[in-house]
Design a protein around this ligand. Structure first.
Ligand SMILES: Nc1ncnc2c1ncn2[C@@H]1O[C@H](COP(=O)(O)OP(=O)(O)OP(=O)(O)O)[C@@H](O)[C@H]1O
Length: 300
């Protein structure tokens, strides 16, 4: 007698950037092929997740982009009863890319047949403003300034994004901020960009830490020294080619715990923005190793 399909939930965001690539019914069928009988949950806002996620246990497939994943994942911390599965329907899909869950969402769904749950790290940030978590990255300097000008929660617009890049490039002052890694001070020349990354890319697919792995219990610190500030063409080429960490003036190192001096600069935590009311003190960034349990796709 065949064994019944495994129960699961399919969270589907119809507002995600590439939702046209797979309908809820199509994903439901593909998951049946993978032996999961998923109850479909059509989400319309992160608030749905807050209300309903506490009542969901077992396997939760998330069909959306990084925003949808983050909205669910932040409520899946300290929930050993919940295993997440990523179905890439977003625009950048930084987390799906880092987890080998990219490609045709229907194929990815089918690849969960023999998948196993694996630990997925989460970053924790503590500043004067309180505590936040990130799946992708947290940092200050150029990218945070661009996001601050752009407002990532408004509708996406490439023209507005370009305007924000130019604005940040013309107004950014190098940051001379002290940094420690695992309790030890590191050389801290003025930088134009400082990112602590869990996934290799963040934002609109900015591939800043090609070696970052979200299941290794570590985070990658990436800094771009102001003195070596190259042209945008150099950065653009290296980001596309996955060689950003080899550029002159770009330094990287891994660690579990970081502090960054708080001089009142804006920080981004994934796409959220944070700024202290008063400068002084430090922002503390730690890895929470394996804080999430996420299915690893297994290609058939
Ligand atoms: N449960 C939810 N969680 C997060 N966003 C949601 C949710 N439901 C609807 N949305 C809306 O969907 C929009 C897009 O979501 P998402 O970030 O997942 O896709 P994307 O922007 O296309 O992908 P990416 O972030 O990978 O570039 C959000 O800006 C938000 O307005």
């Amino acid at each position: 007698m065949p064994t019944p399909a495994r129960p699961a939930t399919l969270l589907y965001n119809a507002a995600a950037g590439s939702q046209r690539r797979a309908s809820p019914a199509g994903l439901h069928h593909a998951l049946l092929d993978a032996d999961y009988d998923a109850e479909v949950w059509l989400t319309t806002s992160p608030e749905d997740v807050v209300e309903r996620l506490p009542y969901i246990t077992g396997t939760l497939f998330i069909a959306g982009g990084d925003g949808t994943l983050r909205a669910a994942a932040l409520h899946a911390l300290n929930r050993p009863d919940l295993v997440l599965g990523v179905l890439p329907l977003g625009t950048a899909n930084n987390v799906a890319r880092a987890w080998n869950a990219m490609g045709d969402p229907l194929e990815v769904a089918r690849s969960y047949r023999d998948a196993y749950p694996a630990p997925f790290d989460v970053g924790r940030v503590r500043g004067q403003w309180g505590e936040d978590h990130f799946l992708e990255a947290c940092g200050c300097g150029l990218f945070a300034e661009v996001l601050d000008d752009y407002n990532p929660h408004a509708p996406k617009s490439p023209v507005r994004a370009l305007g924000s890049v130019f604005e940040a490039l013309t107004t950014l002052n190098p940051l001379g901020v002290r940094v420690t890694v695992d309790g030890a001070p590191v050389s801290s020349p003025p930088v134009v960009l400082l990112e602590v990354m869990n996934t290799p890319s963040t934002g609109n697919g900015l591939h800043l830490a090609p070696r970052a792995t979200p299941g290794d219990g570590q985070l990658d610190l990436v800094r771009v020294e102001a003195a070596h500030h190259l042209s945008l063409v150099h950065y653009g080429r290296a980001i596309l080619g996955g060689t950003f960490d080899t550029l002159p003036g770009v330094s990287t190192c891994t660690g579990r715990s970081f502090t960054v001096a708080d001089q009142g600069q804006v920080f981004h935590v994934d796409t959220d923005l944070r700024r202290s009311h008063e400068s002084g003190g430090t922002v503390q960034i730690d890895v929470l190793p394996g804080a999430l349990s996420v299915l690893c796709p297994v290609a058939g």
